[in-house]
Design a protein around this ligand. Structure first.
Ligand code: ADP
Ligand code: MG
Length: 200
């Protein structure tokens, strides 16, 4: 029997994870575009809470876009997925742990599930449900950004504003990619303490 790079006739889960700006969304869009070129039925979902750029597109920091359907919770994906063969999910850290069951159900049904999300929060703590998804996934890719201080590979998200909430939506004005040496969750840019955010 010929060895195969990917399973045939079965589904599987791919996780793409890393810090902010590490190219997770770019990689997710790249994989979904390739599936589209292969004439597969592809759908993309993201949590409705992520309204940073557009509500019905997934948009990378480099302005790549892919149309998506915002959903309020992971179980909504099961209701909407219909006959899609490839299911993309971005910003998976904004879903709760029910996403693990949902992803398993989709893959058990024979679909390819590609999930992108932050693996650590701004304090460097594992950001569920990504660790649980990594455990059940067939394929895990860790993406690295570039440290904004020294240019080394970066694995952490430095929050530049002083907020204690685990989730503060933002991009380059609120977060920076940093390497282990230059990341410090207790340090923020004092000039940005009063940066107005969405909820103010
Ligand atoms: P993620 O989804 O992981 O937050 P994106 O895929 O949206 O990342 O964006 C990746 C893009 O972000 C890069 O191709 C680059 O254009 C831009 N970028 C901005 N800051 C950085 C950085 N510090 N390191 C790497 N890429 C960066
Ligand atoms: Mg992203």
């Amino acid at each position: 029997m010929m060895p195969r790079a990917y399973p045939v006739g079965t589904g599987w889960i791919e996780v793409v994870c890393g810090c902010m700006f590490s190219g997770k969304t770019e990689e997710l869009i790249r994989r979904l575009n390739r599936a589209r070129y292969a004439t597969q039925r592809v759908v993309m979902y993201k949590p409705a809470v992520d309204t940073r750029y557009a509500s019905d597109d997934v948009v990378s920091h480099s302005a790549l876009r892919y149309p998506c359907r915002p959903v309020r919770d992971a179980t909504e994906i099961l209701r909407l997925v219909d006959d899609a063969q490839v299911v993309g999910i971005d910003e998976a850290q904004f879903f709760d742990n029910s996403l693990v069951d949902v992803a398993n159900r989709l893959a058990d049904d024979g679909r390819r599930v590609v999930i992108a999300g932050l693996d650590q929060d701004y304090r460097g703590v594992a950001f569920e449900p990504i660790p649980q998804l990594m455990a059940v996934a067939e394929y895990v890719t860790k993406t690295l950004a570039v440290c904004m201080v020294c240019g080394a590979p970066a694995n952490r998200s430095q929050r530049l504003v002083q907020r204690d909430d685990r989730v503060v939506l933002g991009a380059a004005d609120t977060y920076e990619a940093r390497c282990r040496l230059h990341w410090d969750p207790e340090r923020f840019d004092p000039r940005q303490q009063r940066l107005p955010l969405d909820d103010e």
